[in-house]
Design a protein around this ligand. Structure first.
Ligand code: 9MR
Length: 487
């Protein structure tokens, strides 16, 4: 049917059409503008931060990328000792203040980095020979800096990089370890807590991203601090990684620290590769970023992912590792790299991976979601046999047989289950236990952390418990966060 439109009707129709187009484009713009690193992380209850250098804030693209994409900042160098107290007792917080005020005006969380570190330490400190003087100088530095920023800092890196890769304390070039000894770390945390009882306090280090001698030693320190009431709230995993080399037990490692009662944060993430970057490496980097972000999302106490810089243009990597770089989410020209899309994806937003055009392939085909490679511990294949071995009026004994049904070895495990009838574990062997109401977490002992493919831990956990009413077996178990079959 054909209608003749009056002039008035024609205008009304045109107006309606224009309005419809305007409204729908508003929604379209809003939907794409909504998804940023920060908003996608916020939807998962996490902060997505970046290291920021004050001298770049005046560059408009740097500042606008920061303000659009990120919800957290860490001053890259401005809060370090050589900047804040370059000569004794003379404090200068101006460049750090500039970052803090920028962050505050954009509602971003701020990580304070770092109070006590052997590096970027002025020579007047390294030259102190008396342990009591050094302790007093260290405490004064912590207190003065924390007081200055009181109420503004989300988490403080109180002590940075105090361990060697073999798990021993770093002593070379470390005046604190040499003069004060092991106790300097706890002294620093005690002083930090006194300076600002509301501040969250972290220990931060690198090469601790998998289960290894260094992360074992730091975990032991955390457990020791917790048992003696030394204040510590968090461990930061720097995660300066190499393309294709995300440790397969990354998530399990975060989880075991969380189980020890601290928050975990990814504090300096970057994933480097030889430059110029090949498209294969950029795709691998996307997979790697996805693994790291997915691991944080899977660990409820992991509340922050901070990358160590916004753009490859200003990354520290090429200055330290010659011939390497391209480690961040935005390239030299602030283009989003495949890893950017992978991060959005891993945070649960976005539709797929949009590859970066290259000269040889100017219009690459978008691929579907990156599926992180299953790892031995992040997605364990396992079975559990729970057996009550004996039972009396109010007590019982039980064994738990864990089997790794996957094809890769597991290094370090935690088993979680819920008692159906309010039972309580009173004594457990071949592992350590935490019980919160009915929820139980059993973590391996030092000697039974590895489970070979197709095998079981060398020593299986068992326990004595108490019960009343009924004493049914738990019906579900997870090993390192993945569900096991019950046999
Ligand atoms: O990114 C920082 C770089 O600009 C400095 O020159 C360097 C000096 O040591 O420190 C870099 O940041 C480090 C961070 O503070 C601690 N973990 C390792 C980081 C990369 O070296």
């Amino acid at each position: 049917m054909f209608y003749r439109l009056t002039r008035k009707g024609f205008f009304a129709l045109t107006l309606t059409l224009l309005l419809m187009i305007a409204v729908s484009s508003m929604f379209l713009t809003k939907a794409s503008a909504d998804t940023t690193l920060g908003s996608a992380a916020a939807a998962k209850g996490r902060v997505f931060g970046t290291a920021v250098a004050n001298n770049h804030l005046s560059e408009s693209q740097y500042a606008s990328t920061l303000d659009t994409e990120f919800t957290g900042v860490t001053p890259e160098n401005e809060m370090k000792w050589d900047t804040t107290e370059s000569s004794q007792g003379s404090f200068n917080f101006s460049s750090a203040d500039a970052i803090v005020s920028h962050a505050q005006s954009h509602n971003m969380k701020i990580r304070g980095h770092t109070l006590v570190w052997y590096s970027q330490l002025p020579s007047w400190v390294s030259n102190i020979s008396s342990s009591s003087t050094l302790l007093q100088v260290m405490n004064n530095h912590i207190t003065t800096e924390m007081n200055h920023f009181k109420g503004k800092i989300w988490y403080w890196d109180v002590v940075n990089e105090a361990f060697n890769d073999d798990g021993s304390r770093r002593s070379t070039n470390n005046v604190f370890q040499q003069k004060i000894g092991n106790s300097y770390i706890e002294q620093a945390f005690i002083t930090a807590h006194a300076a600002d009882p509301n501040a969250k306090l972290c220990y931060n280090d690198y090469n601790t991203d998998g289960i290894n001698a260094k992360s074992n030693a730091i975990l032991a320190m955390v457990q020791d601090f917790k048992s003696r009431g030394i204040p510590i709230d968090c461990v930061g995993f720097q995660s300066h990684l190499i393309v294709g080399q995300v440790p397969s037990d990354y998530q399990a490692n975060l989880q075991r620290f969380a189980n020890a009662g601290v928050d975990v944060q990814i504090t300096e993430l970057d994933i480097r590769m030889p430059t110029p970057a090949s498209s294969a490496n950029l795709q691998q980097q996307a997979t790697d970023y996805s693994k790291v972000v997915s691991a944080c999302v899977a660990v409820s106490r992991c509340n922050d992912i901070t990358v160590w810089g916004i753009t490859d243009k200003y990354s520290w990597v090429p200055n330290t590792f010659s011939g390497q770089g391209a480690a961040l989410l935005f390239d030299d020209n602030y283009n989003k790299k495949p890893a950017y899309n992978a991060v959005i994806q891993a945070l649960g937003s976005g539709t797929g991976i949009t590859p970066t055009p290259t000269s040889s392939n100017p219009t690459p085909t978008p691929t579907s979601a990156i599926t992180p490679t299953p790892t031995s511990t992040g997605g364990a294949s396992c079975s559990v046999h729970y057996a009550i071995t004996n039972q009396w009026n109010t007590g019982f004994g039980a064994t738990i047989t864990i089997t790794n049904t996957g094809s890769t070895a597991i290094n370090g495990w935690n088993l979680q289950f819920t008692f159906p009838n309010g039972q309580t574990i009173t004594q457990l062997w071949n592992g350590s236990v935490t019980q919160n109401g009915s929820a139980v977490t059993v973590t391996n002992a030092s000697y039974n952390g590895s489970i070979p493919a197709g095998g079981s831990p060398g020593a299986q956990p068992g326990f004595n418990g108490s019960w009343s009413g009924s004493n049914s077996a738990p019906t579900a178990f997870t090993l390192n966060g993945a569900a096991c079959s019950v046999v």
